[in-house]
Design a protein around this ligand. Structure first.
Ligand code: GAP
Length: 441
């Protein structure tokens, strides 16, 4: 079973490389461990994820505003936020092969638990856990000395907290309201891996939702539950079957982050195991209080708002959507691999083919159609190889529709439109293509 599942991960990783979704970083120089670059289709898909998140949670809501804060902030931010003191993971080291592992990863691996005290690679003895700070250090200015140490942000959230007053002053938002931000975060992870699941550089889509001081638990639980439902809705949008593929973990008290009173991890059943996809936390007034910030309401009452935080990773959204969409089907005697992505998520919406490359009249017509559609939809023109191969390629990219211009098209001014999932083909008049796609894409 595990072998079969890992095999699925290998297939997805290989498709990502073969088709231009994800490449190993700096590959021509031997790569960079656990660092990845997103190719043309990967970049397109990530953009779709971020655009939809922004539209759904920032643009379409009148209780939300957006922000784009710096990646390297004043180091005092991290002192105040508690990250310098607390943003640590327990790490164990193998005394024999010197491999380093997150203790919590081993706890989930019954064959090599810390209790068993054995290295999962060589069965050597493991050291007692040591706390390892995951902040990524750098230096500000020319001198590499301790006075100039700075940190790449390990979460986008602090950029939001430190701008709380600026945002209140400029937008005059009243509680409850939220601030959303998309951006890179960096963590010196001990054991990154599982393709793009855990990397040292990744992107987050975070919301800090500010609420009045709760008088009783029910007062914050209400907002927490609203955001839990919003997150479930978003997960469904990604094409994930929530009932089958998602597990909500109520994070035990002793494992909560230093700022959290309650956290739910939305765990996805990845091929390599059930792991955190997103987190939803009740951060209380911890952060605003740490930064010495408060809020004055219309009646002049001054207090520190509390915070609910839905935190989503772009890279994990990408990976989970790919895992859920990846399908293999037998077609006649062949296997076809197809990414059954939700249409909004597909990096290419329509591919346009002339049936034959060496018939200028077909190529000309196909180019005209391509030029007509490409300003409204991400389209691709392809005249390489036989049409069957071109379909297979678009199936693996997840393109919902392929149009083929054949000899009948020259007579009847129509094309075949082939549906990715059903593989059914229909003929549509060229002048009606705009209307045809308006309702489908
Ligand atoms: N501001 C809260 C926060 O950062 P987190 O659970 O540490 O909470 C939130 O991270 C989300 O960011 C995770 O649920 C995951 O989607 C993503 N994430 C965290 N670490 C990551 C890593 N090393 N690689 C890829 N994504 C990561």
């Amino acid at each position: 079973m595990v072998e079969e599942k890992n095999n699925l991960m290998d297939k997805i990783e290989s498709l990502c490389k073969r088709r231009g979704f994800v490449f190993p970083d700096s590959e021509i120089y031997g790569g960079m461990a656990n660092t990845w670059d997103y190719g043309p289709y990967g970049a397109g898909m990530r953009k779709n994820i971020k655009d939809r998140w922004w539209k759904k949670f920032v643009q379409d809501r009148d209780d939300m505003v957006g922000l784009d804060a710096a990646l390297i902030m004043n180091p005092k931010v991290w002192e105040a936020s508690g990250h310098l003191a607390n943003f640590k993971d327990p790490m164990v080291e193998c005394e024999k092969c010197h491999g380093r592992f997150r203790e919590d990863d081993l706890e989930n691996n019954p064959s090599a638990g810390v209790g068993a005290g054995k290295c999962p690679d060589c069965e050597g003895k493991l050291t007692a856990p040591k706390q390892f700070n995951m902040m990524f250090k750098t230096f500000f200015g020319p001198a590499e000395e301790s006075a100039n140490v700075a940190y790449f942000r390990p979460e986008t959230a602090q950029g939001i907290f430190v701008n709380f007053k600026n945002i209140i002053d400029t937008t005059r938002k009243k509680l409850p309201f939220g601030i959303g931000q998309i951006g890179k975060a960096f963590r010196n992870e001990i054991t990154p891996g599982n393709f793009i699941f855990r990397t040292r550089e990744f992107e987050q889509m975070e919301i800090e939702y500010f609420i009045p001081v709760p008088k009783k638990d029910k007062d914050w639980e209400k907002y927490f539950e609203d955001w839990r439902k919003e997150m479930i809705g978003w997960i469904k949008d990604l094409g994930i079957d929530v009932k089958k593929e998602i597990h909500e973990l109520n994070v035990p008290k002793d494992e909560l982050a230093h700022y959290s009173k309650k956290t739910i991890d939305f765990e996805y059943k990845f091929p390599f195991g059930q792991k955190e996809l997103y987190g939803l936390a009740y951060r209380t007034d911890f952060d605003l209080k740490s930064h010495g910030l408060d809020y004055t309401d219309e009646d002049g009452n001054k207090f520190i708002p509390h915070v609910i935080e839905p935190s989503l990773g772009v890279d994990r959204s990408f990976l989970a959507a790919l895992c859920s969409a990846y399908t293999e089907e037998k077609v006649k005697d062949e296997m076809r691999a197809v990414l059954k992505l939700p249409v909004w998520l597909s990096p290419v919406k329509i591919a346009v083919f002339p049936l034959l490359k060496n018939k200028p009249e077909l190529v000309k017509k196909a180019k005209e159609i391509f030029n007509g559609l490409k300003t409204d939809y991400v389209c691709e023109f392809d005249d390489n190889g036989n049409v069957g191969k071109r379909y297979r390629r678009q199936d693996e990219i997840g393109t919902p529709y392929c149009l083929t211009v054949d000899f009948d098209s020259l007579e009847k001014d129509d094309v075949t439109v082939r549906d990715r999932d059903s593989m059914k083909q229909v003929r549509v008049k060229i002048k009606e293509l705009g209307d045809y796609f308006k309702y489908k894409l």
